[in-house]
Design a binder for this molecule. Structure first.
Ligand SMILES: Cc1cc2nc3c(=O)[nH]c(=O)nc-3n(C[C@H](O)[C@H](O)[C@H](O)COP(=O)(O)O)c2cc1C
Length: 322
């Protein structure tokens, strides 16, 4: 049995580390309750995109990423713990058992938390090394998900689906208003996507990046996406637990990509729109249910990346209990 003078600071540190996690429109739709021996993860309905994400799939992916970030912090601190993926109320519980020696890979992963970010600039002509793609595939599998790398023909199909999904979303006035509440401006409230992370012009890519309905100040760069790899994270189920697990896998892959100098840009609109989600399932040969689409690429070394997005203050995402 470990002393709670050790466990509580470790759990608080893990909840703090989870603040770095990526989330749809930087909504950070989670809340941690930290007890002396465990931490519980819950969704924050008030920060769910009710129009764009009525079923909460993007919320669950985001919460899964936060869960993985917390686990990375505990792993890097040498903690052994049990994970209960309840996928209800709470979504998950992490319960500490004992402390041992930290795995060096976990420490490297922890070091990526503040470095990982969404870089929407175009990528260079250098392809992502095959060894990195293999490692990312293995990371997804280790997290209980699967990764399918799209063939050139499938990338063209994806481009069409992204355009359809974008058209559907852009035609929805309520959705546009919801997006505008989270995206653009200088975001002093600690959430949402600031201008500095949004391209100033639509990047010249085969598969379009998300049109946020506003232009930012990020220079997209001279590149394109010819050397990028597109991948679909998929699984066997469509239940809350499957989306949560996909979020865990997304975070594991993203941190590993960061460690290898590879950028990951989420392209979630074709998964958000039910019609294109079904089409995407066909595109990948009905091997499973698509949970997430991403672009992987080697950034142009000549240009600096975007500034970091803001985060909510700790007291809005972490609650301490006895
Ligand atoms: C579930 C999910 C869906 C996302 N979808 C998109 C997307 O379609 N397009 C995009 O440019 N970024 C997307 N993002 C990236 C978020 O906008 C980004 O994580 C958030 O603004 C925080 O910024 P950061 O990743 O730089 O920390 C998504 C992230 C998550 C977790």
């Amino acid at each position: 049995m470990v002393d709670d003078t050790d466990t509580r600071p470790a759990l608080i540190l893990a909840a703090e580390a989870a603040r770095f996690a990526p989330s749809i429109h930087n909504t950070q739709p989670w809340r941690w309750t930290v007890h002396s021996d465990r931490m519980e993860l819950r969704p924050m309905a008030g920060r769910q995109l009710q129009v764009q994400d009525p079923e909460g799939k993007m919320l669950l992916l985001s919460c899964g990423a936060a869960l993985h970030h917390a686990r990375v912090a505990l792993d890097a601190d040498g903690w052994r713990y049990d994970v209960d993926l309840v996928a209800a109320d709470p979504l998950a519980v992490l319960r500490l058992r004992e402390r041992g020696v930290a795995d060096p890979a976990a420490i490297r992963s922890f070091e990526q938390l503040p470095a990982r970010h969404t870089d929407r600039r175009t990528v260079s002509d250098e392809p992502v090394p095959a060894a990195v793609l293999d490692a990312l595939t293995a990371a997804a599998e280790q997290a209980g998900a699967r990764l399918h790398l799209l063939t050139r023909d499938q990338v063209i199909e994806l481009a069409v689906l992204v355009e359809r999904a974008q058209k559907t979303e852009s035609a929805d006035e309520q959705l546009r208003a919801e997006t505008a509440a989270w995206v653009g401006g200088d975001r002093a409230d600690g959430a949402g996507i600031p201008d500095a992370s949004i391209p100033a012009q639509a990047p010249l890519t085969t598969v379009a990046e998300r049109d946020f309905g506003t232009t930012g100040t990020l220079v997209p760069g001279p590149g394109h996406d010819n050397a990028a790899s597109y991948a679909v994270l998929y699984g066997t189920g469509d239940e809350a637990v499957d989306w949560l697990r996909a979020g865990v896998a997304l975070s594991a892959m993203w941190l590993l990509a960061t460690e290898h100098g590879v950028t990951l840009v989420p392209i979630s609109s074709p998964v958000e729109v039910p019609f294109t989600r079904r089409q995407l399932e066909r595109t990948i040969g009905a091997i499973g249910i698509p949970h997430f689409v991403m672009r992987l690429g080697v950034p142009d070394p000549a240009n600096g990346g975007p500034a970091r997005t803001p985060r909510l203050p700790s007291d809005q995402v972490i609650e301490l209990r006895d």
